[in-house]
Design a protein around this ligand. Structure first.
Ligand code: CO
Length: 296
């Protein structure tokens, strides 16, 4: 009888202590004690061409230099490109998988940076993914940075960056035709808006698009009207990938080089993506500051 009483007396503190331990562990699990861990996720469409890596390395190095203490992760939105790269032994994540891994790694604050040129369809898909992680409470904060062209300041910086990329030997009477990607999305208007601002500084700089307005034919008509004899062709995409190589500079009948050459315009294609130039990369990288400034 006496020994039973003694047993109860011993076990009460033991039960109490184990309850306290549980409470501490649970509090940690519920985020109150979770240490703050900030991360950056860079999201590009992706490219499987070896030459494209120059652009991505450039962006990565500039980001690391600007935010040296913040861990960096990558994601490619293109399923086809991820599959192609996987066959070469390079495993890139989709934004969804990259964010799930970051959640697992204990990141609490994530700045997702779009490496798109305009806020088009792919950018809005990424917005939805960020919104989904926000909705499930995956992080304390998750925010998306603007693409290259969003504000008027971006437009002015992009005009200056573009003018700097034009080859020195180009005469003012030669055209510079930039090839944007183009889209069915309302944001396609950014290309013509940028072209107008470029032409205030240099009337012979044009922007056409592969999949939107203005098309190559529209640009050709203007070049003929202006009696242009020579045109430098340059991609207005972060990477000089498939579109630049084939649709812009390729030998097929429907490439821009062929379309303009047939119209009597001598073409000089330049296979360099915008992310190969530091002035463009700086615009993207400075946009990461937007989300980060909300993490304090
Ligand atoms: Co495309």
């Amino acid at each position: 009888m006496l020994s039973m009483k003694k047993n109860i007396l011993i076990s009460i503190p033991a039960i109490f202590m184990s309850f306290c331990l549980c409470a501490v562990v649970l509090a940690g699990d519920h985020g109150h004690k979770t240490p703050k861990k900030v991360g950056i996720l860079l999201v590009a469409f992706g490219s499987s061409l070896p030459g494209a890596q120059v652009s991505f390395d450039n962006i990565e190095n500039t980001t690391k230099a600007a935010y040296p203490d913040i861990p960096l992760r990558w994601a490619y939105t293109s399923h086809i490109i991820r599959k192609k790269l996987a066959k070469q032994g390079r495993h890139l994540d989709s934004p969804e998988v990259a964010l799930a891994k970051m959640q697992d790694e204990g990141f609490t604050h994530v700045a997702v940076q779009s490496l798109h040129t305009i806020g088009g369809a792919e950018y809005h898909d990424l917005r939805r993914t960020v919104g989904a992680f926000k909705a499930i409470g995956g992080f304390q904060r998750i925010l998306l940075g603007n693409p290259l062209l969003a504000t008027q300041q971006d437009m002015q910086l992009a005009v200056a960056a573009t003018l700097k990329t034009i080859p020195q030997d180009r005469q003012k009477s030669d055209a510079v035709v930039l090839m944007g990607h183009g889209t069915h999305h309302p944001s396609n208007a950014f290309y013509a808006a940028l072209m107008w601002q470029l032409q205030l500084k240099d009337p012979n700089v044009f922007i056409g698009t592969v999949e939107g307005y203005p098309a190559a034919d529209d640009i050709r008509e203007i070049l003929l009207q202006k009696k242009i004899k020579k045109a430098y062709l340059m991609p207005f995409m972060s990477v000089a990938g498939d579109h630049a190589k084939n649709d812009m500079a390729g030998d097929e009948d429907d490439s821009w080089k062929s379309i303009f050459t047939k119209a009597g315009i001598q073409c000089v294609p330049i296979l360099k993506g915008t992310a190969e130039y530091p002035d463009f990369v700086d615009i993207w990288v400075s946009h990461i500051r937007g989300p980060l400034s909300h993490f304090d």
